[in-house]
Design a protein around this ligand. Sequence first.
Ligand code: AMP
Ligand code: MG
Length: 408
Amino acid sequence: MGFDTSGLLPLSDALQGMLEQLACCCDSEQQPLPEALGRVLASDIASPLAVPPFDNSAMDGYAVRLADLASGTPLIMAGKAFAGQPYQGEWPAGHCVRIMTGAPVPAGTDAVVMQEETQADGDRITFLAQPEPGQNIRRAGSDIGKGACVLPAGTRLTPREMPLLASLGVATVTVRRPLKVAIFSTGDELKPVGTPLAHGDIYDSNRYGVRAMLARMGCDCLDLGIIPDDPAQLRAAFIRADEEADVLITTGGVSVGEADFTKQLLDELGEIGFWKLAIKPGKPFAFGRLPRAWFFGLPGNPVSAMVTFDQLVQPALAKLAGQRFERPLQLQAIAAEPLKKSPGRLDFQRGVMSQGPNGLEVRSTGSQDSAVFSSLSRANCYIVLERERGRVAAGETVTVEPFGGLLL
Ligand code: AMP
Ligand code: MG
């Protein structure tokens, strides 16, 4: 058996070829902090403040001067400092100041001694341990210096960035407008969910996967529905998408079957590269441009559509949206069972990784046919098998790629 796979394009070449042509196409706009969640920063955020803004106590305890402790006699409490209510009274020699976490330390403080290391007898405080200079004091600017770049342009704002921005007093940020992506599914056999199926029909599942991944990426989606395998209707859908969106993503119709009109239409309307990629699943894939919009044609098989979106379209959309994209983490794991594989393509098999007695191990989710959706829905990672690798025996080391944000 075996096809000639020598003419297939490696994934890395396809990615590089696309990314070289793409640049951010989204203008910037101002958004108030809560609404900016999920948006991409258009410029660096420089801290307008030092954080913390003043020296403050990391503990509930007592602010002391080391010289006052030298004699070993108890100190008298001069007063109290609370968060939001600094101590403003006198601080005579031989005294300490009761201080709570977050309160500014009074001028002259050398250290804060935690309450648990003291004994109080009314206002007389005995110190059980000699503090180190600076102990339990959070210094002004020790977290973030004033003017420091806290978040670079291209950062997508997640729940982790929101409190950080708020801590700096940032009320409004400059973000990119969302990328607008038109989508449709092609195929005479496709019916929308909620309608009955005639013999030979199937439900259009790809559009739900693509929509969900676009939502995760923060894109605006223009869903043009299901377009039959009819050149006139396809042409109209391509033209509408090109007029209204930055990007068009279709699924199906990119193979070599007699109802695969996508290539023909795109040759007519734009400039399209059709690639046969050296990956499995996901061999047929199209990329190119319409007069205005960029085009990505995903294979019709549902698993192939998801995997090619995740691996190829995601980094491309990130670039168009002005978002930094980091390659997903890859780890080494032990194959807990044999894995079928023929040399010639880079496989993204679907697997379940778990912690075994000897470290990370991985099992296949079963049939790896690109039409078998359970292979993806039951998985938590890809098992990435190198192009020239053949069958994998149990116990061999393989590369796994935990599913990233799009698939979780
Ligand atoms: P195609 O690339 O159009 O030849 O489609 C390949 C396979 O994927 C065929 O079995 C199609 O029925 C199936 N397929 C195409 N589009 C979808 C879709 N939107 N949802 C589910 N299956 C699809
Ligand atoms: Mg089709």
